[in-house]
Design a protein around this ligand. Structure first.
Ligand code: ZN
Ligand code: ZN
Length: 322
């Protein structure tokens, strides 16, 4: 099964006709979360929606949910579906850089690895970079902008042949812009879930791609966008579908403004799914993410995680978790 990740702005007009997205109410959000009583007390506290988790907002006319009919995926649906989850044999997230990662607009690959390791609480391995020749992966010039793009399906077929035996998944990361089909404008990423490979592009994360001026701290802006895309696309590899319940890093995204408005974190529904798949210590996960955010002085994200950690161990329970 090949499933587009986050798709392009220029969609066929037929997609516009499905009717307005109806925001799930509190009942639907709690139903999506499922019965938390089977979880540990600490996890129950972390999964209970608090003021730091916002219900999903009404989409604007060009936003993902205005253009795509998505039913959402509850925790129970996730748990009962044939989902892709790591096991003893397939336990590593592998990242393969495809093409050049130059210093000016590209993330440091080690930063991507560290973020993914904190976010997914799994071994994350950087594979040697692959340098395709100019005509590989069915390149084209975007019909509107004239900018070079490569075809996701072609990259995915290549990655299938490079999947390491111990890989839970292999994600190609590239600074090349992507297109999934000649009719499409662009795509941020695409994954083949059955084959556990995917590709995502960071090309559009640089303001210079849009011919916008780079702000002073543009490297941090780019990295913030990069790791958000990486978390989202890798989340799909765990068979997490797009989230329609809360503001969440697993929300579909149709354009960069929409993607920028998404939070860096998983909502309680998606966090519970990922926890089911990986079985991590949710407190350690937040501590690892907090370290990454502090190191990069991402104060908003760092403060957000600190508030979650505070409620994981409320006063009187520190040092004595149930
Ligand atoms: Zn997606
Ligand atoms: Zn979510």
């Amino acid at each position: 099964m090949s499933r587009p990740g986050c798709l392009a702005l220029t969609l066929l007009a037929a997609n516009l006709a499905w009717g307005a997205f109806e925001r799930p109410g509190e009942y639907e959000r709690l139903r999506a979360l499922g019965n938390l009583h089977e979880e540990s007390a600490v996890l129950r506290r972390l999964l209970t929606p608090d003021d730091d988790f916002f219900p999903i907002s009404t989409p604007g006319p060009n936003d993902w949910l205005a253009l795509h009919k998505e039913p959402g995926q509850t925790f129970e649906e996730y748990r009962n579906a044939p989902v892709n989850i790591p096991d003893k044999e397939r336990h590593a997230i592998c990242l393969m850089p495809i093409g050049e990662f130059d210093g000016e607009r590209s993330p440091a690959l080690e930063e991507l690895r560290e973020y993914a390791a904190a976010f997914f609480q799994m071994e994350v391995r950087l594979l040697p970079a692959y340098h395709p020749h100019d005509l590989e992966f069915e390149p084209r010039k975007n019909p509107r902008s004239g900018q070079r793009q490569i075809l996701t399906g072609s990259v995915i077929r290549f990655l299938e042949s490079r999947l390491p035996p111990d890989a839970f998944c292999l994600l190609g990361v590239t600074m090349e812009d992507l297109y999934p089909d000649p009719k499409w404008n662009f795509v941020f990423g695409q994954a083949s879930l059955n084959d556990r490979v995917g590709v995502c592009s960071f090309a559009r994360d640089d303001p210079a791609f849009w011919r916008d001026p780079r702000p002073q701290a543009y490297r941090e802006l780019i990295l913030r966008r990069n790791v958000k895309t990486l978390a989202h696309e890798t989340g799909h590899m765990f068979t997490l579908l797009h989230c329609i319940f809360f503001e969440c890093v697993m929300n579909g995204s149709n354009h960069l403004v929409e993607s920028d408005a998404r939070p860096q974190h998983l909502c309680p529904v998606c966090l519970r799914k990922l926890h089911h798949a990986v079985g991590f210590d949710a407190v350690k996960r937040y501590e690892d993410l907090a370290r990454f955010y502090r190191r990069h002085q991402w104060h908003e994200e760092s403060d957000w995680v600190k508030r979650q950690l505070d409620r994981a161990a409320p006063a009187g329970l520190q040092g004595n978790p149930p």
